[in-house]
Design a binder for this molecule. Structure first.
Ligand code: CS2
Length: 398
Protein backbone atom coordinates (compact mmCIF):
# COMPACT_ATOMS: atom_id res chain seq x y z
CA UNK A 1 0.00 0.00 0.00
CA UNK A 2 1.44 3.37 -1.01
CA UNK A 3 0.76 6.58 0.90
CA UNK A 4 0.14 10.12 -0.28
CA UNK A 5 0.48 12.95 2.22
CA UNK A 6 -1.66 15.73 0.83
CA UNK A 7 -1.51 19.40 1.90
CA UNK A 8 -4.78 21.33 1.48
CA UNK A 9 -8.09 19.49 1.75
CA UNK A 10 -10.40 21.95 0.03
CA UNK A 11 -13.16 20.82 -2.27
CA UNK A 12 -10.88 20.69 -5.31
CA UNK A 13 -8.51 18.11 -3.77
CA UNK A 14 -11.44 16.03 -2.60
CA UNK A 15 -12.93 16.06 -6.12
CA UNK A 16 -9.65 15.51 -7.96
CA UNK A 17 -6.55 13.87 -6.41
CA UNK A 18 -8.53 12.01 -3.75
CA UNK A 19 -11.12 10.78 -6.24
CA UNK A 20 -8.47 9.60 -8.71
CA UNK A 21 -6.53 7.86 -5.92
CA UNK A 22 -9.69 6.27 -4.52
CA UNK A 23 -10.42 4.84 -7.97
CA UNK A 24 -6.83 3.68 -8.47
CA UNK A 25 -6.91 1.44 -5.38
CA UNK A 26 -3.89 0.21 -3.44
CA UNK A 27 -3.02 3.62 -2.00
CA UNK A 28 -4.30 5.77 0.81
CA UNK A 29 -4.14 9.47 1.62
CA UNK A 30 -3.41 11.34 4.83
CA UNK A 31 -4.41 14.99 4.62
CA UNK A 32 -2.78 18.04 6.15
CA UNK A 33 -4.83 21.12 6.89
CA UNK A 34 -2.54 24.15 7.12
CA UNK A 35 -5.11 26.35 8.79
CA UNK A 36 -8.28 25.40 10.57
CA UNK A 37 -9.42 22.10 12.09
CA UNK A 38 -12.88 22.45 10.47
CA UNK A 39 -12.38 19.92 7.65
CA UNK A 40 -10.72 17.42 10.01
CA UNK A 41 -13.50 17.80 12.57
CA UNK A 42 -16.23 17.40 9.96
CA UNK A 43 -14.66 14.41 8.23
CA UNK A 44 -13.51 12.65 11.43
CA UNK A 45 -17.17 12.27 12.47
CA UNK A 46 -17.74 10.11 9.40
CA UNK A 47 -14.50 8.09 9.37
CA UNK A 48 -12.96 10.53 6.81
CA UNK A 49 -15.29 9.26 4.07
CA UNK A 50 -17.44 11.69 2.09
CA UNK A 51 -19.80 11.89 -0.88
CA UNK A 52 -18.68 13.27 -4.21
CA UNK A 53 -21.77 14.61 -5.94
CA UNK A 54 -20.86 14.32 -9.63
CA UNK A 55 -23.38 16.27 -11.69
CA UNK A 56 -24.86 14.09 -14.41
CA UNK A 57 -23.36 10.91 -12.96
CA UNK A 58 -24.63 10.57 -9.40
CA UNK A 59 -23.03 10.26 -5.99
CA UNK A 60 -19.82 8.33 -5.24
CA UNK A 61 -18.54 7.62 -1.73
CA UNK A 62 -14.81 8.39 -1.50
CA UNK A 63 -13.10 6.27 1.15
CA UNK A 64 -9.39 6.81 0.45
CA UNK A 65 -8.71 9.36 3.21
CA UNK A 66 -7.35 7.85 6.46
CA UNK A 67 -6.67 10.85 8.65
CA UNK A 68 -6.28 14.62 8.64
CA UNK A 69 -3.45 16.35 10.53
CA UNK A 70 -4.03 19.96 11.52
CA UNK A 71 -0.67 21.67 11.14
CA UNK A 72 -1.10 24.54 13.63
CA UNK A 73 -2.15 22.04 16.35
CA UNK A 74 0.79 19.72 15.84
CA UNK A 75 3.42 20.68 13.27
CA UNK A 76 5.76 17.92 14.48
CA UNK A 77 3.17 15.27 13.53
CA UNK A 78 3.14 16.70 9.99
CA UNK A 79 6.95 16.57 9.78
CA UNK A 80 6.90 12.97 11.04
CA UNK A 81 4.31 12.02 8.40
CA UNK A 82 6.53 13.55 5.71
CA UNK A 83 9.25 10.99 6.49
CA UNK A 84 7.26 7.99 5.27
CA UNK A 85 4.98 9.24 2.49
CA UNK A 86 5.71 7.99 -1.05
CA UNK A 87 4.17 11.07 -2.63
CA UNK A 88 3.71 14.49 -1.00
CA UNK A 89 1.12 16.52 -2.89
CA UNK A 90 -0.51 19.92 -2.53
CA UNK A 91 -3.58 21.93 -3.43
CA UNK A 92 -3.06 25.07 -1.40
CA UNK A 93 -4.21 27.52 -4.13
CA UNK A 94 -1.95 30.07 -5.78
CA UNK A 95 -1.39 32.10 -2.62
CA UNK A 96 -0.13 29.07 -0.69
CA UNK A 97 3.12 29.20 -2.70
CA UNK A 98 4.08 32.70 -1.47
CA UNK A 99 5.60 33.71 -4.79
CA UNK A 100 6.21 37.12 -6.31
CA UNK A 101 4.56 37.80 -9.70
CA UNK A 102 7.98 36.94 -11.22
CA UNK A 103 7.66 33.42 -9.76
CA UNK A 104 10.41 33.81 -7.12
CA UNK A 105 9.81 33.05 -3.44
CA UNK A 106 8.41 36.20 -1.84
CA UNK A 107 10.96 36.71 0.91
CA UNK A 108 9.01 39.72 2.23
CA UNK A 109 5.84 37.69 2.76
CA UNK A 110 5.09 37.75 6.53
CA UNK A 111 4.33 34.01 6.62
CA UNK A 112 7.66 33.19 4.96
CA UNK A 113 9.52 35.59 7.27
CA UNK A 114 7.84 33.91 10.26
CA UNK A 115 8.71 30.43 8.95
CA UNK A 116 12.30 31.46 8.40
CA UNK A 117 12.65 32.87 11.89
CA UNK A 118 10.69 30.27 13.86
CA UNK A 119 11.44 26.68 14.73
CA UNK A 120 8.22 25.15 13.46
CA UNK A 121 6.90 25.77 9.95
CA UNK A 122 3.39 26.92 9.12
CA UNK A 123 3.49 27.21 5.30
CA UNK A 124 3.72 24.53 2.63
CA UNK A 125 7.14 25.89 1.63
CA UNK A 126 8.44 25.77 5.21
CA UNK A 127 7.10 22.25 5.76
CA UNK A 128 8.60 20.99 2.52
CA UNK A 129 12.01 22.51 3.24
CA UNK A 130 12.15 21.01 6.74
CA UNK A 131 10.50 17.72 5.76
CA UNK A 132 12.65 17.11 2.67
CA UNK A 133 15.80 17.88 4.67
CA UNK A 134 14.96 14.80 6.75
CA UNK A 135 14.30 12.49 3.80
CA UNK A 136 16.68 9.68 3.00
CA UNK A 137 14.23 7.75 0.78
CA UNK A 138 13.12 8.94 -2.69
CA UNK A 139 9.98 11.08 -2.77
CA UNK A 140 7.81 12.79 -5.35
CA UNK A 141 6.41 16.23 -4.51
CA UNK A 142 3.35 16.85 -6.66
CA UNK A 143 1.84 20.30 -7.05
CA UNK A 144 -1.82 20.19 -8.09
CA UNK A 145 -2.43 23.93 -8.17
CA UNK A 146 -3.09 26.26 -11.08
CA UNK A 147 0.22 27.84 -11.93
CA UNK A 148 2.55 27.90 -14.88
CA UNK A 149 5.24 25.26 -14.32
CA UNK A 150 3.84 24.55 -10.86
CA UNK A 151 6.42 21.87 -10.03
CA UNK A 152 9.41 23.98 -11.07
CA UNK A 153 8.07 27.01 -9.19
CA UNK A 154 7.51 24.94 -6.05
CA UNK A 155 10.95 23.36 -6.23
CA UNK A 156 12.62 26.76 -6.72
CA UNK A 157 10.71 28.22 -3.76
CA UNK A 158 11.66 25.33 -1.46
CA UNK A 159 15.26 25.46 -2.71
CA UNK A 160 15.49 29.17 -1.88
CA UNK A 161 13.82 28.75 1.51
CA UNK A 162 16.19 25.92 2.43
CA UNK A 163 19.16 27.98 1.29
CA UNK A 164 18.20 30.91 3.54
CA UNK A 165 17.31 28.61 6.45
CA UNK A 166 20.56 26.63 6.12
CA UNK A 167 18.69 23.34 5.53
CA UNK A 168 20.34 20.73 3.39
CA UNK A 169 18.09 18.74 1.04
CA UNK A 170 19.33 15.78 -0.96
CA UNK A 171 17.70 16.87 -4.23
CA UNK A 172 18.87 13.72 -6.05
CA UNK A 173 16.15 11.72 -4.33
CA UNK A 174 13.39 14.29 -4.92
CA UNK A 175 11.27 14.78 -8.05
CA UNK A 176 8.84 17.70 -8.45
CA UNK A 177 6.90 17.14 -11.68
CA UNK A 178 4.87 19.85 -13.37
CA UNK A 179 1.18 19.03 -13.61
CA UNK A 180 -2.01 20.38 -15.14
CA UNK A 181 -5.15 19.75 -13.10
CA UNK A 182 -8.75 20.39 -14.10
CA UNK A 183 -12.18 19.80 -12.61
CA UNK A 184 -14.66 22.59 -11.93
CA UNK A 185 -15.50 22.20 -8.26
CA UNK A 186 -17.61 24.93 -6.63
CA UNK A 187 -18.11 25.49 -2.92
CA UNK A 188 -20.63 23.15 -1.28
CA UNK A 189 -24.12 24.54 -0.85
CA UNK A 190 -26.82 23.53 1.63
CA UNK A 191 -28.76 22.05 -1.29
CA UNK A 192 -25.86 19.68 -2.09
CA UNK A 193 -25.54 18.70 1.57
CA UNK A 194 -29.26 17.97 1.68
CA UNK A 195 -29.32 15.95 -1.56
CA UNK A 196 -26.42 13.78 -0.41
CA UNK A 197 -27.36 13.67 3.26
CA UNK A 198 -23.68 14.35 3.93
CA UNK A 199 -22.55 17.59 5.58
CA UNK A 200 -19.09 17.14 4.00
CA UNK A 201 -20.32 16.40 0.45
CA UNK A 202 -18.43 17.93 -2.46
CA UNK A 203 -20.18 18.95 -5.72
CA UNK A 204 -18.25 18.60 -8.96
CA UNK A 205 -18.67 18.15 -12.70
CA UNK A 206 -18.29 14.85 -14.57
CA UNK A 207 -15.35 16.16 -16.62
CA UNK A 208 -11.86 15.92 -15.16
CA UNK A 209 -8.35 16.07 -16.54
CA UNK A 210 -4.87 15.51 -15.09
CA UNK A 211 -1.64 15.66 -17.04
CA UNK A 212 1.58 15.01 -15.13
CA UNK A 213 5.20 15.26 -16.19
CA UNK A 214 6.91 11.89 -16.34
CA UNK A 215 9.21 12.58 -13.42
CA UNK A 216 8.53 10.45 -10.34
CA UNK A 217 11.05 9.42 -7.70
CA UNK A 218 9.34 6.12 -6.92
CA UNK A 219 6.03 4.38 -7.49
CA UNK A 220 2.76 6.17 -8.09
CA UNK A 221 -0.88 5.11 -8.00
CA UNK A 222 -2.29 3.72 -11.21
CA UNK A 223 -4.58 6.77 -11.55
CA UNK A 224 -7.25 6.04 -14.18
CA UNK A 225 -7.21 8.40 -17.16
CA UNK A 226 -4.17 10.40 -16.07
CA UNK A 227 -1.80 11.34 -18.89
CA UNK A 228 1.87 11.03 -18.04
CA UNK A 229 3.80 13.12 -20.57
CA UNK A 230 7.28 14.41 -21.28
CA UNK A 231 6.20 18.08 -21.40
CA UNK A 232 3.16 19.46 -19.59
CA UNK A 233 3.52 23.03 -20.90
CA UNK A 234 1.14 22.81 -23.90
CA UNK A 235 -1.62 21.27 -21.75
CA UNK A 236 -1.05 23.64 -18.87
CA UNK A 237 -1.04 26.79 -21.02
CA UNK A 238 -4.18 25.62 -22.83
CA UNK A 239 -6.01 25.14 -19.55
CA UNK A 240 -4.72 28.18 -17.65
CA UNK A 241 -5.08 30.71 -20.46
CA UNK A 242 -8.32 29.41 -21.98
CA UNK A 243 -10.35 27.94 -19.10
CA UNK A 244 -9.04 29.98 -16.19
CA UNK A 245 -8.63 33.13 -18.30
CA UNK A 246 -12.26 32.85 -19.44
CA UNK A 247 -13.39 32.15 -15.87
CA UNK A 248 -11.74 35.30 -14.53
CA UNK A 249 -13.15 37.41 -17.37
CA UNK A 250 -16.63 36.00 -16.66
CA UNK A 251 -16.15 36.69 -12.95
CA UNK A 252 -15.11 40.37 -13.10
CA UNK A 253 -17.16 41.37 -16.14
CA UNK A 254 -20.09 39.17 -15.08
CA UNK A 255 -20.32 40.60 -11.55
CA UNK A 256 -20.21 44.12 -13.02
CA UNK A 257 -23.18 43.19 -15.23
CA UNK A 258 -25.19 41.90 -12.27
CA UNK A 259 -24.70 38.15 -12.70
CA UNK A 260 -24.12 35.74 -9.80
CA UNK A 261 -23.21 32.43 -11.44
CA UNK A 262 -20.99 31.29 -14.32
CA UNK A 263 -23.91 29.70 -16.16
CA UNK A 264 -25.78 33.03 -16.12
CA UNK A 265 -22.78 35.06 -17.28
CA UNK A 266 -22.02 32.76 -20.21
CA UNK A 267 -25.61 33.14 -21.47
CA UNK A 268 -25.18 36.92 -21.63
CA UNK A 269 -24.46 37.35 -25.36
CA UNK A 270 -22.02 40.24 -24.90
CA UNK A 271 -19.95 38.23 -22.41
CA UNK A 272 -20.20 35.08 -24.47
CA UNK A 273 -18.73 36.91 -27.48
CA UNK A 274 -15.91 38.29 -25.34
CA UNK A 275 -15.15 34.86 -23.90
CA UNK A 276 -15.16 33.30 -27.37
CA UNK A 277 -12.66 35.88 -28.58
CA UNK A 278 -10.50 35.53 -25.46
CA UNK A 279 -10.30 31.76 -26.02
CA UNK A 280 -9.34 32.25 -29.67
CA UNK A 281 -6.67 34.83 -28.74
CA UNK A 282 -5.32 32.71 -25.89
CA UNK A 283 -5.41 29.66 -28.17
CA UNK A 284 -3.22 31.45 -30.70
CA UNK A 285 -0.43 31.71 -28.09
CA UNK A 286 -0.28 27.95 -27.51
CA UNK A 287 2.48 25.68 -28.78
CA UNK A 288 1.94 24.27 -32.29
CA UNK A 289 1.19 20.72 -31.18
CA UNK A 290 -2.06 21.76 -29.42
CA UNK A 291 -3.21 24.41 -31.94
CA UNK A 292 -5.60 22.00 -33.67
CA UNK A 293 -7.27 21.22 -30.32
CA UNK A 294 -8.20 24.86 -29.70
CA UNK A 295 -11.65 25.04 -31.41
CA UNK A 296 -12.86 21.75 -29.89
CA UNK A 297 -11.53 22.69 -26.45
CA UNK A 298 -13.19 26.11 -26.66
CA UNK A 299 -16.62 24.69 -27.49
CA UNK A 300 -16.29 22.03 -24.78
CA UNK A 301 -15.48 24.80 -22.29
CA UNK A 302 -18.57 26.77 -23.34
CA UNK A 303 -20.70 23.69 -22.62
CA UNK A 304 -19.02 23.18 -19.23
CA UNK A 305 -19.60 26.83 -18.28
CA UNK A 306 -23.27 26.53 -19.29
CA UNK A 307 -23.93 23.75 -16.76
CA UNK A 308 -26.61 25.24 -14.45
CA UNK A 309 -26.36 22.38 -11.94
CA UNK A 310 -22.92 23.45 -10.77
CA UNK A 311 -24.15 26.78 -9.34
CA UNK A 312 -20.58 28.07 -9.64
CA UNK A 313 -20.45 31.51 -8.07
CA UNK A 314 -18.57 34.29 -9.85
CA UNK A 315 -17.46 35.82 -6.55
CA UNK A 316 -15.67 32.56 -5.72
CA UNK A 317 -13.64 32.87 -8.93
CA UNK A 318 -13.05 36.60 -8.32
CA UNK A 319 -11.13 35.82 -5.11
CA UNK A 320 -7.33 36.08 -5.01
CA UNK A 321 -7.18 38.12 -8.21
CA UNK A 322 -3.63 39.33 -7.49
CA UNK A 323 -2.49 35.72 -7.70
CA UNK A 324 -4.54 34.77 -10.77
CA UNK A 325 -4.34 37.80 -13.06
CA UNK A 326 -0.64 37.27 -14.00
CA UNK A 327 -1.00 33.81 -15.52
CA UNK A 328 -4.62 34.13 -16.68
CA UNK A 329 -4.41 37.54 -18.38
CA UNK A 330 -1.01 39.20 -18.38
CA UNK A 331 0.93 36.56 -20.27
CA UNK A 332 -1.69 36.33 -23.04
CA UNK A 333 -1.89 40.11 -23.17
CA UNK A 334 1.86 40.51 -23.61
CA UNK A 335 1.83 38.02 -26.46
CA UNK A 336 -1.30 39.17 -28.29
CA UNK A 337 -2.56 42.58 -27.14
CA UNK A 338 -5.96 40.81 -27.03
CA UNK A 339 -8.94 43.19 -26.59
CA UNK A 340 -11.02 40.79 -24.41
CA UNK A 341 -7.99 40.22 -22.20
CA UNK A 342 -7.57 43.99 -21.86
CA UNK A 343 -11.21 44.05 -20.77
CA UNK A 344 -10.49 41.26 -18.28
CA UNK A 345 -7.70 43.29 -16.69
CA UNK A 346 -9.82 46.46 -16.75
CA UNK A 347 -12.76 44.77 -15.09
CA UNK A 348 -10.44 43.35 -12.39
CA UNK A 349 -9.19 46.88 -11.73
CA UNK A 350 -12.75 48.25 -11.66
CA UNK A 351 -13.75 45.46 -9.28
CA UNK A 352 -10.88 46.32 -6.89
CA UNK A 353 -11.74 50.04 -7.04
CA UNK A 354 -15.49 49.62 -6.55
CA UNK A 355 -15.23 47.01 -3.76
CA UNK A 356 -12.76 49.27 -1.94
CA UNK A 357 -14.97 52.34 -2.48
CA UNK A 358 -17.86 50.43 -0.89
CA UNK A 359 -15.73 49.69 2.15
CA UNK A 360 -15.31 45.99 1.42
CA UNK A 361 -11.94 44.34 1.85
CA UNK A 362 -11.08 41.95 -0.96
CA UNK A 363 -10.65 38.26 -0.35
CA UNK A 364 -7.04 38.30 -1.55
CA UNK A 365 -3.66 37.82 0.17
CA UNK A 366 -2.75 41.32 -1.06
CA UNK A 367 -5.98 42.93 0.15
CA UNK A 368 -4.14 45.69 2.07
CA UNK A 369 -2.00 46.68 -0.91
CA UNK A 370 -5.05 46.44 -3.20
CA UNK A 371 -7.04 48.81 -0.98
CA UNK A 372 -4.12 51.28 -0.95
CA UNK A 373 -3.62 51.09 -4.71
CA UNK A 374 -7.37 51.33 -5.40
CA UNK A 375 -7.53 54.65 -3.51
CA UNK A 376 -4.42 56.25 -4.95
CA UNK A 377 -4.39 58.88 -7.71
CA UNK A 378 -3.65 56.31 -10.41
CA UNK A 379 -5.27 52.98 -9.43
CA UNK A 380 -4.52 51.40 -12.82
CA UNK A 381 -0.75 51.74 -12.37
CA UNK A 382 -0.91 50.90 -8.67
CA UNK A 383 -2.91 47.73 -9.19
CA UNK A 384 -0.93 46.62 -12.25
CA UNK A 385 2.26 46.98 -10.20
CA UNK A 386 0.89 44.34 -7.83
CA UNK A 387 0.71 41.83 -10.70
CA UNK A 388 4.08 42.74 -12.22
CA UNK A 389 2.56 44.64 -15.15
CA UNK A 390 2.87 48.37 -14.43
CA UNK A 391 4.31 48.86 -17.92
CA UNK A 392 0.94 47.86 -19.43
CA UNK A 393 -0.91 50.80 -17.82
CA UNK A 394 -1.12 52.86 -21.06
CA UNK A 395 -2.68 49.93 -22.92
CA UNK A 396 -5.24 49.26 -20.16
CA UNK A 397 -6.15 52.94 -19.80
CA UNK A 398 -6.70 53.60 -23.53
C1 CS2 B 1 -11.53 28.82 -11.06
C2 CS2 B 1 -10.84 27.47 -10.89
O1 CS2 B 1 -11.90 29.63 -8.87
C3 CS2 B 1 -11.24 29.76 -9.91
O2 CS2 B 1 -10.38 30.61 -10.01
O3 CS2 B 1 -11.14 29.38 -12.27
O4 CS2 B 1 -10.94 26.99 -9.62
C4 CS2 B 1 -11.38 26.46 -11.93
O5 CS2 B 1 -12.71 26.12 -11.65
C5 CS2 B 1 -10.53 25.21 -11.94
O6 CS2 B 1 -9.19 25.54 -12.23
C6 CS2 B 1 -11.06 24.21 -12.96
O7 CS2 B 1 -10.18 23.15 -13.06
Amino acid sequence: MGRILHFGLGNFARAHLLDYTDQAGGWDVVGVSLRSPAVRDGLAKQGFDYDLCVHGEGVRRVTVLQDVLVAPENPMAVLRAMKDADVISATVTEKGYHLEPSGQLDEHDPAIIADLSGQKPSTLIGFLAHGLAERTRPVTVLSCDNRVENGRALQAAVFRFAQIAGLSIEWDIVRVPNAMVDRITPATTDAVRAICGDPMAVPTEAFSEWVIEDSFAGTRPDWPGVQIVHDVAPHELRKLRMLNGAHSLLAYAGLARGHTFVHEAIRDQALRNLVGQLMADAGSTLPKQVQDQVPGYASALMARFENPDLQHRLDQIAMDGSQKVPYRFIETLRETGSEPVIQGVRTWIDYCVSETAQGRSLNDPKSTQIAQAAQCADPTSGLLALVGAEDLAPLIRE
